[in-house]
Design a binder for this molecule. Structure first.
Ligand SMILES: [Zn+2]
Length: 166
């Protein structure tokens, strides 16, 4: 191969890698869609359902949309033991802080609520996935399937090892 040929391949490498990546993304998404479409019980989606499945160690592959802009926030009361976790879009965080300011605690009524911890949902799920020996696939929105994951399934889906309904 001449120098020109080598240069061409090197130049094209990132593009080729990207194409391979898209094929992999499509494959894993198609597997998920198959399980959902055939109602096999071997797939689930949405934050709450996928979290439950992760906690039972049932998730074989976790599918997350890239750029999933969701946070897991722990709110706690500084006067009593009240604590609550919630999920929200990252841009709502300031809003939540303002809402908490001066709001009485549901348990002890003291206006002592504050944000104790914030975590990226992706980070939170990655930790759960690690405990359950789960593979994580980050899915871009560059393919039709990736768009579907984001728009129709809230950007969070899972292929399961076993049927959770039984
Ligand atoms: Zn309290």
């Amino acid at each position: 191969m001449d120098e020109q040929g080598v240069k061409e391949i090197v130049d094209k490498a990132p593009e080729i890698m990207r194409k391979i990546r898209y094929i992999e993304e499509k494959e894993v998404m198609q597997q998920f869609l198959y399980e959902i479409g055939h109602d096999t019980g071997l797939a689930t989606y949405g934050e709450e359902e996928v979290r439950k499945a992760l906690e039972t160690g049932a998730v074989k592959t976790l599918l997350l949309s890239e750029g999933l802009d969701i946070m897991r926030v722990a709110v706690k009361c500084n006067a009593c033991s009240y604590e609550k976790e919630c999920t929200l879009r990252s841009q709502r965080l300031t809003n939540l802080e303002e809402t908490l300011n001066g709001k009485p605690c549901p348990k002890c009524k003291a206006p002592a609520l504050s944000i104790a911890e914030t975590k990226d949902l992706i980070e939170d799920f990655a930790e759960l996935a690690e405990q359950g020996n789960t593979e994580i696939e980050m899915i871009s929105d560059e393919t039709e399937e990736g768009q579907m994951l984001k728009k129709s399934f809230g950007g969070i889906a899972a292929i399961l090892r076993f049927n959770l309904q039984n």
